[in-house]
Design a binder for this molecule. Structure first.
Ligand code: LLP
Length: 466
């Protein structure tokens, strides 16, 4: 994160862009007027690391102008900065060591699976579908971790047959299934399947806060307090085809306070240490800033906090401590580009700026009330005095892209609007609601753009119909 911030500051300096209000480039309020900080240009810290504002004020990522990408590939369009993705993977490997896994649910396609594998991370897959994509990308099964609270016989058989590196066992039903399936697979592969047990530590992390739930009310894993986790250890150890290598826990997502992870370690330590197991995985969950008012620890700071907590809690020094970041790898590497189709000024109420996507490419605002920022790539260094609500094209009032956006005063129909930090849980949760085809995804690097997922066509919308 530090290098990202430094890079963004350097870019801002080079381009004359500013990360707070810049009265000189103000397009709405008069000279000398007070500009609140959120009327300033989009903060470069929210943009991918290779983002650069050129002399005319337009934004390039990976050496390619965003406006050019919108022209060439159409909108909506997911744009990923490949260098940013690679940098975050490398940071994760440097901080956690071998075994750290990318949580593919954040964003997965063949190119992403290959990139993450090339950079030395394992891949966490939580369904047969994610497993299929990772294997199709050529990632060795030995570097995959299979998750899921309700793995089917088929998913488990495929995982066992392909030889995934770890299966994270989540329920007693699953242990029974494994007891049935492992002998079948081991006759052909003659190997013991390495498994971890997912434990619910009774901690629920929230965005800015965390609470102990006490009652461990979760569909995931085995509760510590109830004794279920200890029983699971006994059951798994009794199965000769399984090799229990460690304990896994995951406390939540978009966690800004690394103290939550230290708390997780403290709760787990008393259970974990006496088991004498070689591995402990603390899950994913590190938060990222989506809007200018947020800040988050870096992957390195997260790992350091967990390592310190492990030492303090008496976890043996030779334990392999791992994690599964998803969002913190992919989120701020991605930007979504939309085209403005209509602008409605409702006097005394608000301005609606409608774009050609919406809840089908980013359901997070609808699902979680998530906040985003918006800016115009043609004027990335311009002030944004105009308050507007950026909405999509779906048939629901809740179809909001950015509830409280700030835009330059001269935004017009036909403009390209960008929302930063859409690289995680955007495309991966996209749908065809209203039969809107899903956008294309491009990776940009060194002045080149390549389509890694093509745009859906109208024909794709009927390809499953009988
Ligand atoms: N490991 C496990 C077992 C998980 O369940 C998850 C996320 C992760 C790792 C990765 O967590 P991350 O580092 O990405 O926070 N759709 C929601 C996020 C759901 C996360 C589910 N599990 C969103 O858009 O915010």
């Amino acid at each position: 994160m530090d290098d990202l911030v430094d890079r963004a500051a350097a870019t801002a300096q080079r381009a004359g862009a500013v990360s707070t209000a810049d009265p000189g480039s103000d397009q709405g309020s008069g000279p000398g007027s007070d500009q609140s900080p959120d009327e300033g240009p989009v903060r470069l810290e929210l943009l991918p690391m290779t983002a650069e504002v050129n002399g005319e004020g337009s934004l390039a990522v990976g050496g390619v102008e965003l406006l050019e990408l919108a022209e060439r590939f159409g909108t909506p369009l997911f744009v990923y900065d490949e260098e940013h993705l690679r940098a975050r993977c490398r940071e994760a490997v440097a901080a956690w060591g071998d075994g750290v896994a990318y949580a593919t649910k954040a964003f997965l396609c063949l190119a992403m699976a290959r990139l993450v594998h090339e950079e030395g991370m394992w891949l966490d897959v939580s369904t047969g579908g994610e497993l299929h994509v990772a294997l199709a990308a050529g990632v060795p099964a030995a570097r995959l971790v299979l998750h899921g609270n309700n793995k089917s016989d088929g998913e488990l058989a495929r995982a066992l047959g392909s030889g995934v590196g770890r299966i994270v066992v989540d329920s007693f039903d699953e242990i029974e299934r494994l007891a049935r399936l492992v002998p079948l697979s081991s006759t052909t592969t003659d190997r013991r399947q390495a498994v971890m047990i997912r434990v619910t530590p009774g901690i629920e992390a929230h965005t800015h806060d965390f609470v102990r739930t006490g009652q461990e009310d979760s569909k995931f894993g085995f509760g510590l307090a109830s004794g279920a986790a200890a029983d699971a250890v006994t059951c798994v150890r009794a199965l000769p085809g399984l090799d229990l290598v460690g304990i896994h826990a995951h406390i939540g997502s978009q966690v800004f306070r690394v103290d939550s992870f230290a708390e997780e370690v403290e709760v787990l330590a008393g259970f974990f240490a006496p088991l004498g197991l070689p591995e402990l995985c603390v899950g994913g969950g590190l938060g990222v800033p989506y809007v200018a008012t947020e800040t988050a620890p870096s992957i390195a700071q997260w790992a350091e906090t967990v390592h310190r907590a492990c030492r303090g809690a008496g976890i043996p020094a030779d334990t392999v401590i791992t994690a599964e970041p998803g969002r913190s790898i992919a989120a701020s590497a991605g930007i979504t580009l939309y085209r403005v189709g209509t602008i409605k000024e409702l006097p005394g109420l608000r301005t609606y700026v409608a774009v050609d996507g919406g809840m089908s490419d980013n359901p997070r605002p609808v699902l979680y009330g998530s906040g985003y920022e918006a800016f115009l790539p043609r004027a990335a260094a311009a002030a944004r005095p105009k308050a507007a609500r950026v909405v999509g094209k779906h048939c629901e009032s809740g179809d909001i892209v950015v509830a409280d956006a700030r835009l330059p005063g001269d935004v017009v129909v036909g403009d390209v609007v960008a929302t930063p930090v859409t690289g995680a849980y955007g495309y991966s949760m996209a749908s065809n609601y209203n039969k809107v085809p899903r956008p294309a995804v491009v990776f940009v690097a060194n002045g080149e753009a390549r389509v890694v997922v093509r745009r859906e066509t109208d024909d794709d919308l009927t390809r499953l119909d009988g």
